[in-house]
Structure formats: C-alpha cells, structure tokens
Design a protein around this ligand. Sequence first.
Ligand SMILES: [Mg+2]
Length: 317
Amino acid sequence: MFDIVLCQRDFQEIKECFGDSGKFEIHEFSGDSQLRAYLNDNKTVLLITTKSSVKPDLFNLFEMPKKGNCEYYYLSKLNLDRDELEACEKFFPDVRDISVCADYYSASGVFYIDQIDPVGMPNFSKEIMPVLKRYFKDSDYKEALFLDRDGVLNIDHSYVHKIEELELVSGAYEFLLDDYNKTRLKIVLTNQSGVSKGKFEYTDVEKFNSALNESLHHLIDAFYIAPFEFLKGVGQYKYHSLLRKPHPGMLLEACFDFAVDLKKSYMVGDKQSDQLNFPLLETIHLKNRYPLEGVKYLANNFAEVLKFAKTLPNKTN
Ligand SMILES: [Mg+2]
C-alpha cells in the first residue's frame, strides 16, 4: 500500500519492523520538503511523525464529523480488541500523529489536525508498533470493488430514501456476481446530502441500505455514508467533511476496516464526484443522467464497465 515510510519517532524500531519485508523504503522524516519531493514523485507515503513537525499550511483543514484527533480516528480502525484499544486510548493525547498519507495534496483533507499540540510521549514501540505490525501483514490486503449507490445499484429517483422507491439498476446484481468481481470486497461509498438538508434521516439511509443489500442477496460487504453538505446543509451535518466524495474519507475508512489493496481495486460511479481525490484508485463512470465531462472511462452499461476494468493497470484478471 505504501512505497515509503517516513518516520521521525522511533526510527530504528520502525525500520526493524518494516525493514526486512523489502516492501517499503524507510526514511527518517526530515521535513516538509522531503515529503513534498516523494509525493511529487508519485510515491505513496505513510508518515509517522509529530504534528508540530509538519507545517499546518500543508493541510487543508476540514472539520471532522467526530470530535477527536486523527490518531483516534485511524487507530480506531485497526481491528483492535478491547484490551488493545484501551492500551491505545490511554495514550491518545500523547500518541501524536500517525497519519496515512497518500498524495498529500490531491487528497487534501485526509488529515485532521488537532489544534492543541499534545504533551508527553507514549511508549511507541511497546504500545503502538504491535498494532501497526499486525496491520501490515501482506495477507491482510484484499482487492475491492467500490461502488456508488444511487444510479449504480439502485435507480436514482433523486434523494431516494424510501424503501418503496428501491428499484435495482438493470444488470447491477449480475455485475457484482461476475467472475471478475465475485471474490472482491464490495463496498458502497455513498454521499447522502439529503440528510444534511433535512430531507430525511440518517437512519432512513441505513434502512434503505439494508433493504438494498437484501435485494442483492447480501453481496455488499459494507456501506459508508457521507451525510454532510456545507452550502445547503443545516444542523449537525453542515460540514465540509472529508467523508463527502470526491474527498477520500469514506475510502480511507474502508481501507482501514478492510486493509484494501487499492492498486488492484476500482470504483464505479455515475457522477463526476465519484472520481475520488485519491491517486491509487481508478474510477469507471457509468453513463446516467449527470454530465460527465472529461472522465477517463465512460461506460454505457455494466458490460462496458467490466471491459474497462480489465484493462486498468495493476489489476488481476
Ligand atoms: Mg450516484
């Protein structure tokens, strides 16, 4: 998943952990310009550093839906059992920044920076490394098919949320079952700004997703929902959220939940915004009622989606 690991903290420990695998280059983090150079070189970087060592002007600050810092946000995704979680939680204010960094700039907004620079240091090698070590096992990575929901799986009747409005897109079910897709994780990433606009409730989205999955014979492994919208949103969901496509927040959540091999995965959507700001994931657009200018792969039907998918670089056939 990563080409380079840049670390500032516990460099030797981290080097020992990842060094033998030959999978990553490990470098001691020496500042923003080094990071910038790797990213300009299209490297994917895991950055392990302290917040204060990365200049805040590199980050596009988005308000996160959850209160908390990015350590909590990401570490909470690492399949921790209760004891491990408690061990980490104990150090949360002190863990500093463990940030996943893949194209720092095009994926701007991936990071949440706590305004408060924490004090103290955790026992990084004892408490955190075992968690990271386990997470980076090669066998954990899986190929995925990411899917927009409305207009790809179910017909988009505009702000569709009632179960009686659920109508599968013709060929969608067969598409999921195709040989090329059947062993992939199938993960839905859906913007649902109707929630932030007060048109329906978050629970309506969840209910609809359940009904949809039932009609697809439970082929979908997970749904990620972005109920946020800033301009027309009201109340608690009026956010510039990194979860809202084209920001990659939902994708990153999924990657942490499932350890996805992004280079062997692909996304299918019907809107421009389904092309996520994330360099490792190619999107194939399915022609629907939205304008799609300048998209890379424009398919008229699922058969064409499959045709494109099989030509994507790094994909297995
Ligand atoms: Mg759509």
